[in-house]
Design a protein around this ligand. Structure first.
Ligand SMILES: [Fe+2]
Length: 473
Protein backbone atom coordinates (compact mmCIF):
# COMPACT_ATOMS: atom_id res chain seq x y z
CA UNK A 1 0.00 0.00 0.00
CA UNK A 2 1.22 3.47 -0.84
CA UNK A 3 -0.18 6.85 0.26
CA UNK A 4 1.33 10.07 -1.07
CA UNK A 5 0.43 13.64 -0.28
CA UNK A 6 0.91 15.93 -3.30
CA UNK A 7 1.31 19.49 -2.04
CA UNK A 8 0.96 22.50 -4.38
CA UNK A 9 2.27 25.63 -2.67
CA UNK A 10 0.65 28.22 -4.92
CA UNK A 11 -2.83 27.01 -3.97
CA UNK A 12 -1.86 25.50 -0.58
CA UNK A 13 -3.65 22.42 -1.92
CA UNK A 14 -3.12 18.77 -1.08
CA UNK A 15 -4.15 16.03 -3.50
CA UNK A 16 -3.57 12.37 -2.61
CA UNK A 17 -2.41 9.29 -4.45
CA UNK A 18 -3.29 5.92 -2.93
CA UNK A 19 -2.17 2.61 -4.41
CA UNK A 20 -2.79 -0.96 -3.34
CA UNK A 21 -2.09 -4.14 -5.25
CA UNK A 22 -2.28 -2.66 -8.75
CA UNK A 23 -5.21 -0.32 -8.13
CA UNK A 24 -4.99 3.40 -7.46
CA UNK A 25 -7.26 6.18 -6.23
CA UNK A 26 -6.72 9.94 -6.53
CA UNK A 27 -8.31 12.34 -4.09
CA UNK A 28 -8.91 15.97 -5.14
CA UNK A 29 -6.70 16.15 -8.26
CA UNK A 30 -5.65 19.50 -9.70
CA UNK A 31 -6.59 20.41 -13.27
CA UNK A 32 -3.61 18.73 -14.96
CA UNK A 33 -3.77 14.98 -15.44
CA UNK A 34 -0.23 13.86 -16.33
CA UNK A 35 1.28 13.69 -12.81
CA UNK A 36 -1.37 11.24 -11.59
CA UNK A 37 -1.21 9.10 -14.71
CA UNK A 38 2.60 8.96 -14.45
CA UNK A 39 2.45 7.91 -10.80
CA UNK A 40 0.04 5.09 -11.54
CA UNK A 41 2.15 3.96 -14.51
CA UNK A 42 5.26 3.87 -12.33
CA UNK A 43 3.41 1.52 -9.95
CA UNK A 44 1.90 -0.49 -12.77
CA UNK A 45 -1.45 0.42 -11.34
CA UNK A 46 -4.84 1.22 -12.82
CA UNK A 47 -6.56 4.37 -11.55
CA UNK A 48 -9.91 3.02 -10.35
CA UNK A 49 -11.43 5.94 -8.44
CA UNK A 50 -11.21 9.72 -8.45
CA UNK A 51 -12.67 11.05 -5.21
CA UNK A 52 -13.72 14.66 -4.85
CA UNK A 53 -14.20 15.60 -1.23
CA UNK A 54 -16.39 18.48 -2.46
CA UNK A 55 -16.92 20.90 -5.35
CA UNK A 56 -13.86 23.07 -4.86
CA UNK A 57 -14.19 26.83 -5.00
CA UNK A 58 -10.53 27.83 -5.15
CA UNK A 59 -9.33 25.72 -8.07
CA UNK A 60 -10.68 23.79 -11.03
CA UNK A 61 -10.06 20.10 -10.50
CA UNK A 62 -9.28 17.68 -13.28
CA UNK A 63 -11.60 14.75 -12.56
CA UNK A 64 -13.42 14.85 -15.88
CA UNK A 65 -10.28 14.79 -18.05
CA UNK A 66 -8.62 12.24 -15.77
CA UNK A 67 -11.66 9.96 -15.94
CA UNK A 68 -11.79 10.31 -19.73
CA UNK A 69 -8.15 9.21 -19.98
CA UNK A 70 -8.20 6.40 -17.41
CA UNK A 71 -11.76 5.10 -17.25
CA UNK A 72 -11.77 5.75 -13.49
CA UNK A 73 -15.05 6.36 -11.66
CA UNK A 74 -15.63 9.88 -10.30
CA UNK A 75 -17.03 9.73 -6.78
CA UNK A 76 -18.70 12.52 -4.83
CA UNK A 77 -20.58 12.51 -1.54
CA UNK A 78 -24.38 12.59 -1.06
CA UNK A 79 -26.42 15.30 -2.82
CA UNK A 80 -23.74 16.12 -5.44
CA UNK A 81 -24.93 16.74 -8.99
CA UNK A 82 -22.79 17.49 -12.05
CA UNK A 83 -23.04 17.89 -15.83
CA UNK A 84 -20.87 14.77 -16.32
CA UNK A 85 -21.22 11.19 -15.04
CA UNK A 86 -20.53 10.84 -11.33
CA UNK A 87 -21.13 8.17 -8.77
CA UNK A 88 -22.82 9.60 -5.68
CA UNK A 89 -21.63 7.61 -2.68
CA UNK A 90 -23.61 7.06 0.50
CA UNK A 91 -22.48 7.67 4.05
CA UNK A 92 -20.41 4.69 5.21
CA UNK A 93 -20.09 3.14 1.73
CA UNK A 94 -16.96 1.05 1.16
CA UNK A 95 -14.89 1.28 -2.01
CA UNK A 96 -12.53 -1.69 -2.40
CA UNK A 97 -9.06 -0.80 -3.73
CA UNK A 98 -6.54 -3.65 -4.08
CA UNK A 99 -6.13 -5.08 -0.55
CA UNK A 100 -7.68 -2.09 1.21
CA UNK A 101 -10.99 -0.27 1.46
CA UNK A 102 -11.82 3.41 1.26
CA UNK A 103 -14.84 4.36 3.34
CA UNK A 104 -16.81 7.47 2.51
CA UNK A 105 -18.06 9.57 5.44
CA UNK A 106 -20.57 12.28 4.65
CA UNK A 107 -19.26 15.32 6.55
CA UNK A 108 -21.34 18.32 5.39
CA UNK A 109 -20.68 21.84 6.61
CA UNK A 110 -18.05 23.43 4.37
CA UNK A 111 -20.48 22.47 1.60
CA UNK A 112 -23.48 20.12 1.66
CA UNK A 113 -21.87 17.31 -0.37
CA UNK A 114 -18.58 17.53 1.57
CA UNK A 115 -17.26 14.12 2.43
CA UNK A 116 -14.19 12.60 4.07
CA UNK A 117 -12.54 9.28 3.33
CA UNK A 118 -11.18 6.78 5.84
CA UNK A 119 -8.54 4.33 4.63
CA UNK A 120 -9.08 0.83 6.06
CA UNK A 121 -6.01 -1.37 5.57
CA UNK A 122 -6.01 -5.11 4.96
CA UNK A 123 -5.87 -5.78 8.73
CA UNK A 124 -8.90 -3.60 9.39
CA UNK A 125 -6.88 -0.72 10.86
CA UNK A 126 -7.72 2.91 10.00
CA UNK A 127 -4.40 4.75 9.69
CA UNK A 128 -5.53 7.73 7.54
CA UNK A 129 -8.42 10.15 7.25
CA UNK A 130 -8.67 12.31 4.14
CA UNK A 131 -10.76 15.08 5.60
CA UNK A 132 -11.23 17.40 2.60
CA UNK A 133 -12.12 20.84 3.93
CA UNK A 134 -14.28 19.48 6.78
CA UNK A 135 -11.34 19.30 9.17
CA UNK A 136 -8.26 21.37 8.37
CA UNK A 137 -5.11 21.47 10.48
CA UNK A 138 -5.94 24.13 13.08
CA UNK A 139 -9.36 24.96 11.66
CA UNK A 140 -12.67 23.80 10.20
CA UNK A 141 -13.58 24.63 6.58
CA UNK A 142 -15.35 27.97 6.13
CA UNK A 143 -19.13 27.49 6.07
CA UNK A 144 -20.12 30.47 3.94
CA UNK A 145 -19.27 29.33 0.42
CA UNK A 146 -22.28 27.11 -0.23
CA UNK A 147 -24.95 29.42 1.16
CA UNK A 148 -28.14 29.26 -0.91
CA UNK A 149 -30.30 32.30 -0.45
CA UNK A 150 -33.68 31.35 0.86
CA UNK A 151 -32.78 27.82 1.89
CA UNK A 152 -29.35 27.36 3.58
CA UNK A 153 -27.64 29.99 5.69
CA UNK A 154 -24.05 30.28 6.86
CA UNK A 155 -25.23 29.37 10.38
CA UNK A 156 -27.01 26.24 9.06
CA UNK A 157 -23.81 25.10 7.37
CA UNK A 158 -21.74 25.87 10.47
CA UNK A 159 -24.21 23.76 12.48
CA UNK A 160 -23.83 20.85 10.04
CA UNK A 161 -20.05 21.19 10.34
CA UNK A 162 -20.29 21.02 14.14
CA UNK A 163 -22.29 17.78 13.89
CA UNK A 164 -19.96 16.30 11.23
CA UNK A 165 -16.87 16.98 13.31
CA UNK A 166 -18.42 15.69 16.56
CA UNK A 167 -20.33 12.67 15.25
CA UNK A 168 -18.26 11.46 12.30
CA UNK A 169 -14.67 12.61 12.80
CA UNK A 170 -14.02 12.98 16.53
CA UNK A 171 -15.25 9.41 17.05
CA UNK A 172 -12.35 8.03 14.97
CA UNK A 173 -9.20 6.75 16.76
CA UNK A 174 -6.92 9.47 18.16
CA UNK A 175 -3.88 8.11 16.31
CA UNK A 176 -5.47 8.41 12.84
CA UNK A 177 -3.47 10.76 10.61
CA UNK A 178 -5.57 13.65 9.31
CA UNK A 179 -4.77 14.55 5.71
CA UNK A 180 -6.70 17.71 4.78
CA UNK A 181 -7.26 19.27 1.34
CA UNK A 182 -5.86 22.69 2.22
CA UNK A 183 -3.16 24.33 4.31
CA UNK A 184 -2.13 27.81 5.40
CA UNK A 185 -2.54 30.38 2.64
CA UNK A 186 -5.80 28.97 1.31
CA UNK A 187 -9.02 30.98 1.57
CA UNK A 188 -11.01 27.79 2.37
CA UNK A 189 -10.44 28.34 6.10
CA UNK A 190 -9.31 31.31 8.18
CA UNK A 191 -6.91 29.97 10.79
CA UNK A 192 -4.94 27.16 9.19
CA UNK A 193 -1.61 25.86 10.43
CA UNK A 194 1.38 25.59 8.12
CA UNK A 195 1.55 21.85 8.95
CA UNK A 196 0.09 19.61 6.25
CA UNK A 197 -1.03 16.72 8.49
CA UNK A 198 -1.44 15.80 12.14
CA UNK A 199 -2.96 13.12 14.35
CA UNK A 200 -6.58 13.54 15.28
CA UNK A 201 -5.58 13.32 18.96
CA UNK A 202 -3.29 16.32 18.63
CA UNK A 203 -5.90 18.27 16.71
CA UNK A 204 -8.38 17.61 19.54
CA UNK A 205 -5.89 19.32 21.87
CA UNK A 206 -4.95 22.25 19.63
CA UNK A 207 -7.71 22.96 17.08
CA UNK A 208 -10.46 25.29 18.36
CA UNK A 209 -12.97 23.60 16.05
CA UNK A 210 -12.60 20.33 18.00
CA UNK A 211 -12.72 21.77 21.52
CA UNK A 212 -14.61 19.24 23.64
CA UNK A 213 -16.48 21.72 25.84
CA UNK A 214 -17.80 23.85 23.01
CA UNK A 215 -21.55 24.22 22.47
CA UNK A 216 -23.02 24.27 18.99
CA UNK A 217 -23.90 27.96 19.40
CA UNK A 218 -20.33 28.82 20.43
CA UNK A 219 -18.97 26.87 17.47
CA UNK A 220 -21.29 28.59 14.99
CA UNK A 221 -20.27 31.98 16.35
CA UNK A 222 -16.57 31.17 16.22
CA UNK A 223 -16.40 29.74 12.68
CA UNK A 224 -18.54 32.49 11.19
CA UNK A 225 -16.88 35.47 12.90
CA UNK A 226 -14.19 37.38 11.00
CA UNK A 227 -14.80 35.73 7.62
CA UNK A 228 -13.91 38.06 4.77
CA UNK A 229 -15.72 37.98 1.43
CA UNK A 230 -14.29 35.11 -0.62
CA UNK A 231 -12.20 35.95 -3.72
CA UNK A 232 -14.37 36.82 -6.71
CA UNK A 233 -13.39 33.76 -8.75
CA UNK A 234 -14.73 31.21 -6.23
CA UNK A 235 -18.28 30.89 -7.64
CA UNK A 236 -16.83 30.54 -11.16
CA UNK A 237 -14.58 27.67 -10.08
CA UNK A 238 -17.48 25.89 -8.36
CA UNK A 239 -19.49 26.23 -11.58
CA UNK A 240 -16.60 24.88 -13.68
CA UNK A 241 -16.14 21.96 -11.30
CA UNK A 242 -19.73 20.91 -12.01
CA UNK A 243 -19.31 21.29 -15.78
CA UNK A 244 -17.44 19.77 -18.68
CA UNK A 245 -14.73 22.28 -19.59
CA UNK A 246 -12.29 22.64 -22.46
CA UNK A 247 -9.81 19.78 -22.11
CA UNK A 248 -6.63 20.63 -20.25
CA UNK A 249 -4.54 19.40 -23.21
CA UNK A 250 -6.25 21.90 -25.53
CA UNK A 251 -5.90 24.73 -22.99
CA UNK A 252 -2.17 24.08 -22.56
CA UNK A 253 -1.61 23.66 -26.29
CA UNK A 254 -3.13 27.08 -27.01
CA UNK A 255 -1.61 28.75 -23.94
CA UNK A 256 1.92 27.75 -24.92
CA UNK A 257 1.76 29.21 -28.44
CA UNK A 258 4.87 31.33 -29.13
CA UNK A 259 3.89 34.82 -30.35
CA UNK A 260 6.48 36.90 -32.24
CA UNK A 261 7.14 40.43 -30.97
CA UNK A 262 5.27 42.23 -33.77
CA UNK A 263 2.12 40.13 -33.30
CA UNK A 264 2.45 40.42 -29.52
CA UNK A 265 2.52 44.21 -29.92
CA UNK A 266 -0.62 44.17 -32.08
CA UNK A 267 -2.39 41.92 -29.59
CA UNK A 268 -1.30 43.98 -26.58
CA UNK A 269 -2.85 47.05 -28.22
CA UNK A 270 -6.23 45.33 -28.38
CA UNK A 271 -8.63 46.35 -25.61
CA UNK A 272 -9.92 42.82 -25.03
CA UNK A 273 -6.51 41.21 -24.50
CA UNK A 274 -4.66 41.45 -21.19
CA UNK A 275 -0.87 41.11 -20.98
CA UNK A 276 0.35 39.45 -17.77
CA UNK A 277 4.02 39.65 -16.85
CA UNK A 278 4.96 36.60 -14.75
CA UNK A 279 8.68 37.21 -14.19
CA UNK A 280 10.55 37.71 -10.93
CA UNK A 281 10.21 41.07 -9.17
CA UNK A 282 13.86 41.80 -9.94
CA UNK A 283 13.83 41.20 -13.70
CA UNK A 284 10.45 42.89 -14.05
CA UNK A 285 11.61 46.10 -12.36
CA UNK A 286 15.08 46.14 -13.91
CA UNK A 287 14.14 45.35 -17.52
CA UNK A 288 10.69 46.94 -17.64
CA UNK A 289 7.65 45.53 -19.37
CA UNK A 290 5.15 45.90 -22.17
CA UNK A 291 3.04 49.05 -21.57
CA UNK A 292 -0.30 48.19 -19.95
CA UNK A 293 0.86 44.78 -18.69
CA UNK A 294 -0.22 43.57 -15.28
CA UNK A 295 2.48 42.12 -13.08
CA UNK A 296 1.52 38.81 -11.45
CA UNK A 297 4.80 37.08 -10.68
CA UNK A 298 5.01 33.32 -10.79
CA UNK A 299 7.00 33.33 -7.57
CA UNK A 300 4.09 34.56 -5.44
CA UNK A 301 0.62 33.07 -4.98
CA UNK A 302 0.17 33.29 -8.72
CA UNK A 303 -3.08 31.40 -9.37
CA UNK A 304 -5.07 32.87 -6.45
CA UNK A 305 -4.02 36.40 -7.50
CA UNK A 306 -4.98 35.70 -11.12
CA UNK A 307 -8.38 34.54 -9.86
CA UNK A 308 -8.83 37.41 -7.44
CA UNK A 309 -7.74 40.21 -9.77
CA UNK A 310 -8.85 39.26 -13.29
CA UNK A 311 -12.60 39.66 -13.00
CA UNK A 312 -13.53 38.04 -16.31
CA UNK A 313 -12.69 34.33 -16.19
CA UNK A 314 -12.96 34.22 -20.01
CA UNK A 315 -10.42 37.05 -20.36
CA UNK A 316 -8.06 36.60 -23.31
CA UNK A 317 -4.54 36.62 -21.88
CA UNK A 318 -1.07 36.72 -23.40
CA UNK A 319 1.92 36.52 -21.11
CA UNK A 320 5.60 37.26 -20.61
CA UNK A 321 7.72 34.50 -19.09
CA UNK A 322 11.14 34.57 -17.44
CA UNK A 323 12.30 31.96 -19.96
CA UNK A 324 10.92 29.29 -22.29
CA UNK A 325 11.23 26.52 -19.71
CA UNK A 326 8.47 28.04 -17.59
CA UNK A 327 5.88 28.55 -20.34
CA UNK A 328 4.14 25.20 -19.88
CA UNK A 329 3.93 25.67 -16.13
CA UNK A 330 2.44 29.15 -16.55
CA UNK A 331 -0.32 27.93 -18.88
CA UNK A 332 -1.15 25.16 -16.38
CA UNK A 333 -1.20 27.58 -13.48
CA UNK A 334 -3.65 29.90 -15.27
CA UNK A 335 -5.91 26.92 -16.03
CA UNK A 336 -5.84 25.69 -12.42
CA UNK A 337 -8.16 28.57 -11.56
CA UNK A 338 -10.14 28.32 -14.79
CA UNK A 339 -8.41 30.96 -16.94
CA UNK A 340 -8.54 28.90 -20.10
CA UNK A 341 -8.22 31.69 -22.64
CA UNK A 342 -4.45 32.09 -22.57
CA UNK A 343 -3.45 32.64 -26.17
CA UNK A 344 0.34 32.37 -25.91
CA UNK A 345 3.55 34.01 -24.75
CA UNK A 346 6.04 36.59 -25.99
CA UNK A 347 8.54 34.53 -27.96
CA UNK A 348 12.12 35.48 -27.05
CA UNK A 349 10.91 37.31 -23.96
CA UNK A 350 11.26 41.00 -23.19
CA UNK A 351 14.70 41.06 -24.85
CA UNK A 352 13.06 40.33 -28.17
CA UNK A 353 10.54 43.14 -27.52
CA UNK A 354 13.35 45.59 -26.74
CA UNK A 355 15.36 44.45 -29.78
CA UNK A 356 12.37 45.38 -31.94
CA UNK A 357 12.56 48.89 -30.53
CA UNK A 358 9.15 48.80 -28.87
CA UNK A 359 8.35 51.01 -25.90
CA UNK A 360 9.10 49.66 -22.42
CA UNK A 361 7.34 50.70 -19.23
CA UNK A 362 9.06 50.72 -15.83
CA UNK A 363 7.75 51.05 -12.30
CA UNK A 364 9.93 53.28 -10.14
CA UNK A 365 10.86 52.08 -6.68
CA UNK A 366 12.28 53.38 -3.40
CA UNK A 367 13.64 51.65 -0.32
CA UNK A 368 11.70 51.32 2.93
CA UNK A 369 14.11 53.83 4.46
CA UNK A 370 13.41 56.44 1.80
CA UNK A 371 9.68 55.83 2.14
CA UNK A 372 9.81 56.60 5.86
CA UNK A 373 12.03 59.67 5.36
CA UNK A 374 9.76 61.15 2.71
CA UNK A 375 6.68 60.38 4.75
CA UNK A 376 8.20 62.21 7.74
CA UNK A 377 9.16 65.17 5.52
CA UNK A 378 5.58 65.40 4.26
CA UNK A 379 6.64 65.10 0.62
CA UNK A 380 4.51 62.11 -0.19
CA UNK A 381 1.11 62.70 -1.68
CA UNK A 382 -0.62 59.33 -1.35
CA UNK A 383 1.10 56.53 0.61
CA UNK A 384 -0.92 53.29 0.67
CA UNK A 385 -0.53 49.94 2.46
CA UNK A 386 -1.66 47.11 0.17
CA UNK A 387 -1.78 44.36 2.80
CA UNK A 388 -4.95 42.72 4.10
CA UNK A 389 -6.98 44.62 6.66
CA UNK A 390 -6.03 42.10 9.38
CA UNK A 391 -2.30 42.67 8.71
CA UNK A 392 -2.82 46.43 8.66
CA UNK A 393 -4.75 46.38 11.92
CA UNK A 394 -2.09 44.37 13.68
CA UNK A 395 0.61 46.95 12.84
CA UNK A 396 1.05 49.74 10.32
CA UNK A 397 2.90 52.95 9.64
CA UNK A 398 1.22 56.04 11.12
CA UNK A 399 -0.31 58.17 8.37
CA UNK A 400 -0.55 55.39 5.77
CA UNK A 401 -4.01 54.28 4.63
CA UNK A 402 -4.99 50.68 3.99
CA UNK A 403 -5.91 49.74 0.41
CA UNK A 404 -5.88 45.90 0.25
CA UNK A 405 -4.83 44.41 -3.07
CA UNK A 406 -7.61 41.82 -2.64
CA UNK A 407 -10.23 44.52 -3.25
CA UNK A 408 -8.37 46.73 -5.73
CA UNK A 409 -11.03 46.32 -8.42
CA UNK A 410 -14.01 47.18 -6.27
CA UNK A 411 -12.19 50.09 -4.57
CA UNK A 412 -10.39 51.54 -7.58
CA UNK A 413 -12.97 54.33 -7.94
CA UNK A 414 -11.36 55.87 -4.80
CA UNK A 415 -8.08 56.36 -6.68
CA UNK A 416 -7.39 59.78 -8.17
CA UNK A 417 -5.37 59.11 -11.32
CA UNK A 418 -3.86 62.62 -11.19
CA UNK A 419 -2.21 62.04 -7.80
CA UNK A 420 1.17 60.49 -6.98
CA UNK A 421 0.97 57.13 -5.14
CA UNK A 422 3.54 55.25 -3.06
CA UNK A 423 2.64 51.62 -2.46
CA UNK A 424 3.98 49.17 0.09
CA UNK A 425 2.91 45.71 1.27
CA UNK A 426 4.68 43.11 3.42
CA UNK A 427 7.55 42.04 1.13
CA UNK A 428 7.07 43.91 -2.14
CA UNK A 429 5.05 41.42 -4.20
CA UNK A 430 1.51 42.74 -3.71
CA UNK A 431 2.60 46.39 -4.01
CA UNK A 432 4.27 45.66 -7.35
CA UNK A 433 1.14 43.89 -8.62
CA UNK A 434 -0.92 46.88 -7.50
CA UNK A 435 1.52 49.39 -9.02
CA UNK A 436 1.21 47.67 -12.40
CA UNK A 437 -2.59 47.75 -12.19
CA UNK A 438 -2.53 51.42 -11.12
CA UNK A 439 -0.38 52.19 -14.17
CA UNK A 440 -2.55 50.15 -16.52
CA UNK A 441 -5.54 52.13 -15.22
CA UNK A 442 -4.03 55.52 -15.92
CA UNK A 443 -2.09 56.44 -12.76
CA UNK A 444 1.15 57.79 -14.22
CA UNK A 445 2.90 58.53 -10.94
CA UNK A 446 3.15 55.37 -8.92
CA UNK A 447 6.18 54.19 -6.95
CA UNK A 448 6.76 50.83 -5.35
CA UNK A 449 8.42 50.38 -1.95
CA UNK A 450 10.97 47.57 -2.28
CA UNK A 451 10.67 44.79 0.35
CA UNK A 452 7.73 46.63 1.91
CA UNK A 453 7.04 46.37 5.61
CA UNK A 454 10.03 44.10 6.17
CA UNK A 455 12.36 47.02 5.34
CA UNK A 456 10.12 49.70 6.84
CA UNK A 457 10.24 47.97 10.22
CA UNK A 458 14.02 48.29 10.26
CA UNK A 459 13.68 52.07 10.32
CA UNK A 460 12.41 54.18 13.19
CA UNK A 461 9.05 54.73 11.55
CA UNK A 462 6.24 55.45 14.01
CA UNK A 463 4.01 52.37 13.98
CA UNK A 464 0.46 51.92 15.16
CA UNK A 465 0.04 48.64 16.97
CA UNK A 466 -3.34 47.03 17.28
CA UNK A 467 -4.86 47.17 20.72
CA UNK A 468 -7.59 44.60 21.26
CA UNK A 469 -10.74 46.46 22.31
CA UNK A 470 -11.76 45.43 25.85
CA UNK A 471 -15.18 44.32 24.60
CA UNK A 472 -13.49 41.50 22.69
CA UNK A 473 -11.31 40.29 25.54
FE1 LIG B 1 -12.98 24.01 -0.18
Amino acid sequence: MKVEQLYTGCLAEMAYYIESNGEAAIIDPLRETDPYIRMAEADNAQIKYIFLTHFHADFVSGQYDLAQKTGAKIIFGPSATAEYDIYVGTDGELFPLGDINLKLLHTPGHTMESSSIVLIDKDGNTPYLFSGDALLIGDGGRPDLAVKSGSITEADLAGFLFDSLRNKIMTLPDDIIVYPNHGAGSACGKNMSSETFDTLGNQKKTNYALRADMTKEEFIKEVTTGLKAPPQYFPNNVRMNKSINTSIDEVIHRGTTPIDAATFKEMSDQKDILVVDTRSKETYTEEGTVPGAWYIGLDGSFAPWVGSLITNIDQKIIFIAEDETRVNEIAIRFSRVGYDNTLGYLFGGIKNWIDHGYEVDKIGSISGHEFVERLAAGTMEKPLDLRKESEYLSEHVVGVENFPLDFINSNFAEIDTEKEYFLHCATGYRSLVAASIFKANGVENVTDVRNGFVDIKETNAPLTEYVCPTTLL
